[in-house]
Ligand binder design. Structure first.
Ligand code: NAD
Ligand code: ZN
Ligand code: ZN
Length: 343
């Protein structure tokens, strides 16, 4: 079968690999029907994800059909499923607390340290936890982001411990920032401020009612604007979903005292935490990889039209064109939010 791999020289290539086989009773093999590229895939190719293993098949955002299963798996052959970006046992110390990203037997494996979804077939471990059945009335493409960016947006929104009277600022109007915003709307947050250097993305956020205020730091003073919107206090909560050079500093600076700063962003450089300067601001930082444990709920919200990520699909290509797709996704933040790749 064909599979897309990355190499240490920062190139990607479609190669032939063996069709994967069931290895454990909890495994399934799925035939991928649609996949997408995540900004974290780009971080892997560029060598910024220490645990990623060279020549592993990329891709951790995909949907497909079960074609083979181990004897412990409850779903049926032929079921259409959304795949969780994380593989977790559901039984260990961390899983029992919902911290599935740190599962002692799994975590983020697919497309990182075991073969992922940019291929014709994939082996999915811990299938009972990792797969969510796509109901007949939900289009596969509508379920494509449940296991990664929507899960991340929802988790980031929950990290802020949202209260409907909060003013919540989101840095980055990319797919993760917008999924955070739609989750905050689901939590009935009325005052959402989105910050991005890209006006196209800010306009999409406003057009989809995901932001009440949009700020472009290249055009306005973000700090002054946030103060003017918050009676000079700063944002009650901040979600940092940009992950760029100055966005971490912006995140804690626009936060009010005692705020929660949630950081789903994955950085390519170390960040500075100037604790003496921050002393007295009494901030709570929450960081890291998504605990993608609520995909079944997210599927229900999509089924009931409470949340939709359909507008994020700006491009559609065939798997054979995936290498050009990576280039386009990386270089065209003006035109491209997410690509649906048909397998
Ligand atoms: N924590 C997780 O489990 C998880 C899951 C998925 C993605 N991610 C990470 O989340 C981050 C966001 O992902 P995405 O797909 O939305 O990325 P993206 O690159 O599409 O979006 C980032 C946005 O930030 C904007 N931006 C860049 N510099 C900025 C600045 N200085 N100020 C304000 N805005 C700025 C960009 O214009 C862009 O719109 C990435 O780092 C990605 O790797 C993390
Ligand atoms: Zn991802
Ligand atoms: Zn576990």
């Amino acid at each position: 079968m064909k599979a897309l791999i990355w190499k240490k020289d920062k190139t990607i290539e479609i190669i032939e690999k063996e069709i994967p086989k069931i290895q454990n009773d909890d495994d399934v093999i799925i035939k991928v029907t649609y996949s997408s590229i995540c900004t974290s895939d780009i971080h892997i190719v560029e060598g910024f994800v220490p645990k990623a293993i060279e020549k592993t098949t990329l891709g951790h955002e995909f949907v497909g059909k079960i074609i083979e299963k181990g004897k412990n798996v409850k779903l049926k052959i032929g079921d259409n499923v959304a795949v969780n970006c994380e593989s977790f046992c559901g039984k260990c110390f961390f899983c029992k607390k919902g911290y599935v990203n740190n599962c002692e037997n799994g975590g983020w494996l697919l497309g990182c340290s075991i073969d992922g979804g940019h291929a014709e077939y994939v082996r999915i471990p811990f299938a009972n936890q990792a797969l969510t059945k796509i109901p007949k009335n939900v289009n596969e493409k509508s379920a494509l982001f449940i296991g990664d960016i929507l899960a991340t947006g929802y988790w980031s929104a929950k990290l802020t411990e949202p209260n409907k009277y909060d003013t919540i600022a989101i840095i980055g109007a990319g797919p993760v920032g917008l999924c955070s915003a739609m989750s905050l709307r689901y939590f009935k947050i009325k005052k959402i401020i989105i910050i991005d250097i890209n006006n196209y993305r800010l306009n999409i956020a406003k057009a989809n009612n995901l932001a009440d205020y949009a700020i472009n730091p290249n055009e306005e003073n973000v700090f002054e604007k946030i103060l003017s919107l918050t009676e000079n206090r700063g944002a009650d909560k901040v979600i940092e979903a940009a992950g760029k050079l100055n966005s971490f500093e912006m995140a804690w600076k626009i936060a009010r005292a005692n705020a929660i700063v949630a950081i789903p962003a994955m950085y390519e450089e170390n960040q500075i935490l100037p604790l003496p300067y921050m002393y007295g601001k009494n901030l709570t930082f929450k960081t890291g990889g998504v605990d993608a444990a609520e995909c079944k709920l997210l599927m229900k919200l999509i089924e009931k039209n409470k949340i939709s990520t359909d507008f994020l699909i700006t491009n559609e290509i065939n798997f054979n064109d995936i290498i050009e797709g990576y280039q386009f996704f990386k270089n065209n933040k003006d035109k491209c939010f997410k690509i649906a790749i048909k397998h």
